[in-house]
Design a protein. Structure first.
Length: 141
């Protein structure tokens, strides 16, 4: 059965990142995907075959670690219905395989004001800095 209450819509550009972080931390892929435009691009890293990940694949790979995602917004550059949100993120703790995980990165997110109201992510580009004692292997979709 479908949830009668839809996912939250971001009232401010930076809120998109908070809503995605909350959804990933809660294990709710649908709520995270609801913060992205239909044709959005996600480029946090590439799979070993050299192809960019899909939005769903990238978010699912992070979500499989079952750790809280923390996002810190550093700056928002706003211009006529579009915004660049710059910030950093961190995912730390003990993963499902009982290994220590400490992933972090910085990057930028382009968000666009929607005709029906609210902001959605159009493009997301994040650097992945793996500072774990052992490299973390993300399962790629």
């Amino acid at each position: 059965m479908r949830d009668p209450i839809g996912p939250a819509r971001a009232a401010e550009p930076a809120e998109c990142l908070d809503l995605v972080a909350t959804a990933i931390s809660d294990g709710d892929l649908d709520a995270a995907l609801a913060q992205y435009e239909q044709a959005a691009v996600l480029h946090p890293w590439q799979d070993p075959r050299g192809r960019p990940l899909t939005v769903a694949g990238g978010l699912a790979a992070l979500m499989e670690l079952r750790l809280p995602l923390v996002v810190r917004v550093e700056n928002v550059v706003l211009a006529d219905g579009i915004a660049l949100v710059l910030g950093c993120w961190q995912l730390s703790g003990t993963g499902p395989d009982c290994e220590r995980v400490d992933l972090r990165g910085c990057g930028g997110t382009t968000v666009r004001w929607q005709p029906g109201g609210g902001w959605l992510i159009a493009a997301d580009a994040w650097q992945l800095d793996d500072v774990s004692p052992e490299p973390v292997r993300l399962r790629l979709a």
